[in-house]
Design a protein around this ligand. Sequence first.
Ligand code: GLC
Ligand code: GLC
Length: 812
Amino acid sequence: MEQKRYGHFDDQHREYVITDPQTPWPWINYLGNEDFFSLISNTAGGYSFYKDAKFRRITRYRYNNVPMDNGGRYFYIKDGDTVWNPGWKPCKTPLDFYECRHGMSYTRITGRKNGVEASVLFFVPLKKWCEVQKLTLKNESNEVKQLKLFSFEEWCLWNAATDMENFQRNFSTGEVEIEGSTIYHKTEYRERRNHYAFYHVNTEIQGFDTDRETFVGLYNEFADPQAVIEGKPRNSHAHGWSPIASHYIEVTLNPGESKDFIFLLGYIENEQDEKFSAPQVINKKKAHALIAELDTTEKVDRAFDVLCAYWDTLLNIYKVKSGNDKLDRMVNIWNQYQCMVTFNFSRSASFFESGVGRGMGFRDSNQDLVGFVHQIPPRARQRIIDIASTQFPDGGCYHQYQPLTKRGNNDIGGGFNDDPCWLIFGTVAYIKETGDFTILDEMVPFDNQPGTEVTLFEHLKISMDHVIKNLGPHMLPLIGRADWNDCLNLNCFSWDPNESFQTTENVSEGTKAESLMIAGLFVVTGKDYVALCQKIGKTDEAARMQQAVDAMIDAVKKHGWDGEWYLRAYDFYGRKIGSNECDEAKIFIESQGWCTMAEIGAEDGMVAKSLDSCKKYLECEHGMVLNNPAFTKYIYEYGEISSYPEGYKENAGIFCHNNPWVIIGECLAGRGNDAWSHYAKILPSYVEEKYQTLHKVEPYVNCQMVAGKDAYKPGEGKNSWLTGTAAWMWYTVSEFILGIKPDYDGIRIDPCLPETAGDYTVQRKFREADYDITIHPNGSQKGVKSITLDGQPVTGTVIPYTPGHHTVEVTM
Ligand code: GLC
Ligand code: GLC
């Protein structure tokens, strides 16, 4: 069935163009690349923060509200009796034209009403702590227009968690200052904070408001603020309650005339002894300086050009030309973009993650790394050190850490036994991309405690050892609180709805639940670790670990095979999970993915059988579900996984994150047709074409979960943006499907394609080199026949690295 469409891709501008504001769900974008960040929906909803969405929230947002997506940066235009917003919301006055263009770290929203066009460009300039909102008003009518313009932002009282709950205090602490066209938010600045925020416009204002109740009216809404409806600002000065910032500007536009207004939402930190310029008066020097850098159209346009050039550079590192637009736009633009967003935000702030819950995940951040390491290796390096610093001396680690402090998060603690392996995964990816082995000698502490430093290599070693030292009765890895699947809680045993499945371990003594997912992960990362040891001359260590890897392979073959697929786990009592013997959830995807990536038992046909079983039991129209059949009841011994209704999340949802594991398994097995068909099912550009309404969430990025075949509405997406799916999709397509794989000594070329694939080229910058690689598949799914490098034949599949520009021809 043809579904309604709300927008389309504009590949030339690297934009997604939304043409109807009433998308099935707010379709958002992210602004900011380093310290200052904003979320912005297609109707200008969302919020801003500095570094940490919980502890430094700058503007307020209301989650899961009525109406949906309530709060943002709103411009109200009063033209006679008509009040409208360029992004349609919150007034929802029908517009003559609406368009939202989400681009690379910027969003442009344009509305037209009664002969006036209002276009707003939102972005965070590189290296600056502010959001620019460049509003262009244009009179397209034949009459002179007298417009009244009101801006609007609502301040969050910094800590986004207490902002939502501690009203007995909050309603008395709010403080602002007004100076010219700038409104300053300085709540708590008098005491322990050394930061404030401001909202500025580069023109004279004819009025303002800073008190929400006065501006909106206690019984009004954002859709009809009293001051706007009456066309009269109150010049209110907030004392407590809810401080806001609203400028009032009277604008006269002749026919054909247009005017720019630069609004700036900024964040400033002062030194302790420079906080005040006079008693109670904040020192505004830095704010003035920041404003001066961005107070004209020319300066703002230049900053925008710099941002665009930055994205050009990032997206020029890996470029494919395949003749298939749907593939090219994901590889060249959106998949890489989403990877960068997940790098910056981990799982903290989206329209599904409130920003007050999670910090940076140990496993999540390591996986995210493979999505952006080619673009910004120095930041990947720093990220690895930060992550490793939250490890414990026994190789275990905090499951999460806070980005502002970089400290491990005590609330959640550790005990997720897959976590340590991911450090090897991330580090190896970094070294292969950069050739920088010196990272292994970096001194890295435990639990951030100075004086405990050992080399990063030592951290990798104890990561491997952590698995080996925690084996269960079948010599398979103990699962701990959970492995990659946070919801398979085999030691939890909870009947108390107020307990967290993630942190409750009601039984820890004598724990023996084991994980086949960790077993596969251990073999995959173990092989990488062995190769790394060999590479750096640690042959004894390589041999020691090879033995452990071999033992693990044996254990999986002996105790982890169910006949047609790999088991998922053994529970606390040593009973099989994910077996034909089980009533429900007979087969799980995670162990199929990891054990096929590890190629365990390939020689005995296990890999092929496992992959076939994925097709037979897990695959459906929208991708592969996590387990099958779904759990229909809560199982005390399994925990959260069985808490979800059928077809959702970890209970037989299409958890997109793990589909690529099976796809890589397919690629290693040389089954290009199958790999491609799995891949295309969850590739946003394919979904975009068919299912905009059903899919519901943004069609330009992957979401964490699409409702599975057992769900009420199969194909409906949820939890878009912040998901390991981004990095895994990238890793899969760039290295295994298109087959351009960084290695220690060069680039390995080993594509795995559908038979229908035509010739394609990949331009790949790699260290100090530039490769133009042309692949001629000749109808073959796998297997490189010959390679030439600058016209000379190459033996093997690795093009040796040498700086400079090179042309590579590959025949399959
Ligand atoms: C979420 C978590 C990730 C976990 C996955 C499966 O995406 O961020 O760490 O592996 O769910 O439970
Ligand atoms: C819930 C979610 C899972 C996520 C976890 C993080 O269990 O189902 O996806 O990883 O919370 O705490």
